[in-house]
Design a protein around this ligand. Sequence first.
Ligand code: PMP
Length: 333
Amino acid sequence: MTIANSITELVGNTPLVKLNHVTDGIDATIAVKVEYMNPGGSSKDRIAARIVDAAEKSGQLKPGGTIVEPTSGNTGVGLALVAQQRGYRAIFTVPDKVSEDKRAVLRAYGAEVIVTPTDAGPGDPRSYYDVSDRLAREIPGAFKPNQYDNPNGPLSHYYTTGPEIWEQTDHQVTHYVAGIGTGGTISGAGKYLKEVSDGAVTVVGSDPEGSIYSADDPAEVHQYKIEGVGEDFFPKAYDPSVVDEIVKVNDADAFEMTRRLAAEEGLLVGGSSGMAVVSALRYAREHQLGKDAVVVVLLPDSGRSYLGKIFNDQWMIDNGFEDVVKRTSRPSI
Ligand code: PMP
């Protein structure tokens, strides 16, 4: 019988699928790794499982313990899923700008959500960072994963995402493209692919315009709308030595591709996925990659989390993306 013992056993082993319609003029194979097929709906399920395993082994998490993390998004879902299956309490602090839908998902998985004021920055005791630090100190048996510093984030991609890509492409992968948030996805899988291919795999980072990773000058760092990627500091989970080149993408181009992936490729994915595909296609065109190139692009999460934003014409128009809407919206009768 092929019955999994628990939903958490089904993390990883996500499929690779070829892009056929958004790749005009490109001879290379562009294949995407569809991480929304993970049980919690994103690549972050991978890091949650390994971070909790490691904390159990090191004794940081004991039976009945509590996981506390400042996160509103995919990492929270992954951690909540693993926590409930293993009997831990999970508490997430989230700024009040985070939509009620996202908070509802965390609560649905059994986590407790503490909402903090968005205008309270790091150092302010009311901020979501500081509240999570205080709870981690005050609650007996509390463990704070700290995904930005935790080496088990990149390691989860070194031990799962990287080997999966290598095997799924019959060792033919030539390029690996991923967005950079904490940096774990690109650093972990990129390191594995470089090692196993003796340096033959080129690792391409994808970064929002305004993020520090691709800024030529610190003055260029500014706000952007793509979620889950880019930073204004360098986290420990990011290893720049693994990355050969970074292709930066603006919000409009990322969102246009995100809408095209749903409409033309049947892939309802998030904005960081659209961004990564834009980087991959630009890189392939600029470097004139031939038909022997196999470019694997990691798509971190599902478009269902962005129905009220990227896939909502009014939100797009209100946020200055009217041209994108004009080019990609379908007429209704
Ligand atoms: N896209 C989304 C939607 C994410 O939530 C994340 C994780 N922050 C990433 C991309 C980037 O992954 P990583 O943190 O491993 O760099």
